[in-house]
Design a binder for this molecule. Structure first.
Ligand code: NAD
Ligand code: LMR
Length: 340
């Protein structure tokens, strides 16, 4: 059984408190939309994460197969699948982190905002359940348009009286992943050493990579190359949507990015110091109520929202240009949640 497998795999360490460096505390991660294009590889990656003790996989279609499949992997995380709406409560109960990749993806020619009508409803109903069944969980929002779905989640939680701004994250890690990859190739530096903050939001020009702060620093890139890198990062999602030609958007790189971000949240929860990732969170960094920037993660989620640091003139311009679009996407989400 799942239970027996988990016990022997864990050598009983999972039932003990977090006392020694070899023991990990119990952590339940729930994935909503687990049988989708992102959900499946994300479920796989979370099953491989040694910090996960319980993995709860929920989808409205296809969950049993994915859960059975992933559960055969001989790692400690105990896998349970939940297939129907009546089981959503069970899927969520006790969750420390809820990752949400539920919703429809783009096809060529669409913007992320074109997904709003369908995905806003899905996110609203899932967040209503989170407020009821695991109000203290950290939420990692992947469903697009992130610039609107995060504000929707915040409003749903406010209405339910459970909102904790430290625990709501829009996942923008894929923008960072792309910026690192593209920068490393152009600057000819080892990709594993590269860091690039990406701020703003998660759609088109609202995605603002700060290549002036990229490390390892390089003098090799001129203004035109920085512009091209910025544009490629901003259009990274569209590059994949077009390459997939109607079969969806980024799933594998997104699952990787989602797993990186969830791992950072788990480490923060477990008290590992100095865990910093970019994420779209409630913020006072700009005049907008939500903004992506570097965030220090801790035992309660957000420990500190870090400022932007010094920007190049090109980045300052990019920041000015993105604010109106990001503002209206945030307001659209808030209005939807208040009206529905
Ligand atoms: P997909 O269609 O392959 O999978 C979505 C899954 O969600 C399906 O299995 C579907 O059954 C499920 N689902 C739908 N309604 C649900 C509900 N009410 N409850 C639970 N599950 C439900 O799509 P995908 O490629 O996995 O993309 C999912 C979302 O992630 C899209 O909105 C996409 O735009 C977004 N996305 C975000 C990023 C990012 O960087 N934040 C990156 C890539 C994709
Ligand atoms: C991405 O950046 O790949 C996602 O937001 C999916 C998309 O629609 O581009």
């Amino acid at each position: 059984s799942t239970l027996r497998r988990s016990r022997s795999g864990s050598r009983h360490l999972l039932r003990r408190p977090f006392a020694s460096s070899s023991a990990v505390p119990e952590r339940k991660v729930a994935i909503l939309g687990a049988a989708g294009g992102i959900g499946q590889p994300l479920s796989l990656l979370m099953k491989l994460n040694p910090l996960v003790t319980h993995l709860s996989l929920y989808d409205i279609a296809g969950t049993p197969g994915v859960a059975a499949d992933v559960s055969h992997i001989n790692t400690p995380a105990e896998v349970k699948g939940f297939a129907a709406e009546e089981q959503l409560g069970q899927a969520l109960e006790g969750a420390d982190i809820v990752i949400i990749p539920a919703g429809v993806p783009r096809k060529p020619g669409m913007t992320r905002d074109d997904l709003f009508n369908i995905n806003a409803r899905i996110v609203k109903s899932l967040c209503t359940a989170i407020a009821k069944y695991c109000p203290n969980a950290i939420v990692n929002m992947i469903s697009n348009p992130v610039n609107s779905t995060v504000p929707i989640a915040s409003e749903v939680f406010k209405k339910a009286g459970t909102y904790d701004e430290k625990k709501l994250f829009g996942v923008t890690t894929l923008d960072v992943v792309r910026a690192k990859t593209f920068y490393a190739a152009k600057a000819k530096v080892p990709v594993s050493e590269v860091n690039v903050p990406v701020v703003g939001g998660h759609a088109g020009i609202t995605i603002l990579p700060l290549f002036s702060q990229a490390t390892p620093a390089t003098n090799a890139l001129g203004d035109e190359e920085i512009k091209a890198l910025t544009k490629r990062t901003q259009d990274g999602g569209t590059e994949v949507v077009e390459a997939k030609a109607g079969k969806g958007s980024a799933t594998l790189s997104m699952a990787y990015a989602g797993a990186v971000f969830a791992d950072a949240c788990l480490k923060g929860l477990n008290g590992v110091p100095d865990i910093v990732e970019c994420s779209f969170v409630q913020s006072t960094v700009t005049e907008l109520p939500f903004f992506a920037s570097k965030v220090r993660l801790g035992k309660n989620g957000v420990e500190e929202v870090l400022g932007l640091g010094p920007l190049s003139d090109y980045e300052k311009q990019g920041l000015e240009s993105l604010l109106p679009e990001l503002k209206s996407s945030i307001e659209k989400g808030i209005k939807f949640a208040q009206a529905n």
